[in-house]
Design a protein around this ligand. Structure first.
Ligand code: NAD
Length: 276
């Protein structure tokens, strides 16, 4: 039997509508400062979607477009100003930055209470200790999808393929916080397929097209595909969707699965930041 296909677009729409209602009830609209350095076309598209959805949810769009040759020192001063500006609720420094800039140092400068991407060391520490804080958007979106489809996390065996700071590690932490038993696979794992076969919830975030095939999936498992790749035959993920949907109980498509959730969670983080 074919798996339930998890509709990330629909869940993201519902989240955005809920957030727009919450924004309307705040004393002042939150302000999101997206910071785009240079003219990388892919980054420009991402930032423009973030700004559009921020405005649609009733938030203030406090975008900054900076020249690609800006110095580290000047960008640091701009971040300091955004940190100090009470109109700025959230700061999003669009990555990657031009090569002459030290992205890690600049991200570290962002006030953790305005870190709506959840990427600072303090945000990571708050997540690791289970304290309140802003969580990375893509892994939070995965949890939101599981909840929307009422997929039980507590007690489930969750396998995360990938251990990046952006996705894999925070994903594992978020699943652990929800009382899953978590295994993390990475490029040195001896037998990734064998680990994956034990998963009730399998999150693929290795950045390798169609890495997870049907033989790596336990019948009835929930398979969440974070990967996104442009191929000659269109977009695909880290999961071989057509084969795995015949084995899994539920599965996210690419596109239309995890992708739409990322910006929805950015908006959610901005509302959370406005409340703290
Ligand atoms: P990354 O390259 O930083 O990390 C990949 C991880 O996968 C590493 O930890 C590595 O150890 C592991 N890995 C590599 N090969 C492996 C293998 N053969 N078996 C098991 N593990 C292996 O990538 P990332 O930033 O975490 O992103 C992962 C994927 O998710 C990419 O395709 C990226 O484009 C996508 N992504 C999507 C969204 C979204 O909004 N949908 C957001 C972020 C990332």
């Amino acid at each position: 039997m074919s798996a339930t296909v998890i509709d990330g677009k629909a869940v993201a729409r519902t989240v955005r509508e809920r957030l727009a209602r919450e924004v309307a009830e705040l004393p002042e609209p939150p302000g999101l400062a997206t910071v785009l350095v240079g003219d990388d076309p892919a980054s420009a598209i991402y930032v423009s979607s973030k700004r559009k959805q921020c405005a649609q949810a009733g938030m203030r769009d406090l975008h900054q477009h900076l020249p690609g040759d800006i110095s580290q020192a000047k960008l640091a001063v701009i971040i300091d100003h955004l940190n100090a500006d009470p109109a700025v609720t959230g700061i999003l420094l669009q990555l990657p930055l031009p090569e002459h800039l030290d992205a890690a140092e600049l991200v570290a400068r962002i006030d953790p209470d305005k870190d709506v991407d959840g990427l600072t060391t303090i945000s990571a520490g708050r997540l690791a200790q289970g304290g309140p804080g802003l969580r990375p958007c893509t892994p939070s979106g995965v949890i939101e999808l599981l909840d929307a489809y009422e997929i039980p996390i507590e007690g489930a065996h969750a396998v995360v393929v990938g251990r990046s700071e952006l996705v894999g590690k925070p994903q594992a932490q978020l699943l652990l916080q929800r009382n899953a038993t978590v295994t993390i696979c990475h490029s040195r794992t001896r037998d990734v397929d064998a680990e994956c076969r034990r998963a009730d919830i399998l999150v693929a975030a290795a950045g390798i097209p169609r890495l997870v095939g049907a033989s790596a999936v336990k019948p009835g498992a929930t398979v969440i595909d974070v990967g996104i790749h442009r191929t000659d035959s269109g977009l695909c993920g880290d999961v071989d969707f057509d084969a795995v949907r015949e084995v899994a109980g539920a599965i996210t498509p690419v596109p239309g699965g995890v992708g739409p959730m990322t910006i929805a969670m950015l908006l959610k983080n901005t509302v959370t930041a406005a409340r703290t």
